[in-house]
Write a protein that binds this ligand. Structure first.
Ligand SMILES: Nc1ncnc2c1ncn2[C@@H]1O[C@H](COP(=O)(O)OP(=O)(O)OP(=O)(O)O)[C@@H](O)[C@H]1O
Length: 291
């Protein structure tokens, strides 16, 4: 949990109040049709999409990093995103999470939440969790304290030590500990965990906030083979309960978790299908081999 995320948590209540206000009063412009949140905290997936991007483009100094990108993710889906270096994978995640504003296009969370209307911190509060490549757990705190901290939004680290979890939060904490394979390590300092365990702990911290969509950037980079296998099991166990978008270069890992794989290249979708299908696609072979 980074200080940034703690700050985001502090604003959760405020944002939900704003959403409620917008739901009642919005009219005109974007808010008229799509931007309205009927019930704060609820994501409308009646159209079968948790995430929807259409014709999204962004340029940096005239260079089109994302170029008319369109894709959608179903609720509970585990989508793998692959693509050569510079394909636009990170930039796409930056756009979804509000870190980068696209020049044009549409980005929806469910069918009613226009993500382009929200700031980065608000998007996290809406239920989109992002895991960056490098783990950012509190090394001096125990596994348990790190997970508790993920719930203690709106407090500083010191005062949050005296925060008491309610029974639903305690249940969630126990479930998350089991899910991330750290139930036997609650009292261990995060700094003493292996790289893989730190990654799982950070995923656990995201899970404590019950995200609907998790964006995971190169989650198995630097992991041992055994940790990679356990991470695959972890992701497969999260699928269904959460929607996941996983960006990864490790093809054996992708093979072990993937259903649909999207190949990005030059800022748009080059191919999509099962891993076998995209690996047999001449265009994909060409961009990977540089022919
Ligand atoms: N803030 C920025 N300013 C200028 N160029 C940028 C910026 N962010 C990304 N780019 C460029 O946009 C392109 C896409 O970058 P991006 O990091 O999204 O690719 P990627 O698919 O995540 O690559 P990798 O697999 O190497 O992480 C690259 O050419 C990159 O140099």
């Amino acid at each position: 949990m980074t200080p940034d995320l703690l700050e985001e948590g502090a604003r959760r209540v405020e944002v939900h109040a704003q959403l409620e206000q917008q739901g009642r009063t919005a009219s005109g412009g974007r808010a008229a049709g799509f931007g309205r949140v009927a019930t704060p905290g609820e994501i409308d997936v009646t159209h079968g999409r948790i995430l929807y991007l259409e014709d999204v483009s962004v340029s940096f100094d005239g260079f089109k990093a994302i170029n008319k990108l369109s894709l959608d993710i179903a609720p509970g889906e585990l989508r793998c995103i692959i693509g050569p270096n510079g394909a636009g994978k990170t930039t796409m995640m930056d756009i979804i999470t509000g870190k980068t504003r696209p020049d044009e296009g549409t980005v929806f969370f469910g069918s009613t939440i226009d993500l382009l209307r929200y700031k980065e911190a608000e998007i996290a509060q809406l239920g989109i969790g992002r895991k960056f490549q490098k783990p950012t757990v509190f090394e001096q705190l125990t596994v348990l304290e790190n997970l508790e901290l993920a719930l203690k939004t709106g407090k500083d680290v010191a005062s949050s030590m005296f925060f008491k979890l309610d029974s639903a939060q305690s249940d969630r904490l126990a479930e998350v500990l089991r899910t991330i394979h750290l139930a036997d390590s609650v009292a261990r300092r995060a700094g003493n965990l292996s790289h893989g365990q730190k990654q799982w702990l950070e995923i656990g911290m995201l899970l404590m906030q019950a995200p609907r969509l998790l964006l995971l950037d190169e989650p198995v980079a630097g992991m041992t083979d055994e940790e990679t296998v356990r991470t695959a099991e972890l992701f497969l166990s999260l699928k269904g309960k959460h929607s996941l978008m996983v960006v990864e270069h490790d093809m054996s890992f992708i093979k072990s978790i993937s259903e649909i794989v999207t190949v990005l290249c030059d800022g748009s979708v080059l191919a999509q299908g099962t891993l076998d299908q995209v690996q047999a696609d001449e265009r994909v072979i060409e961009v990977y081999l540089g022919r």
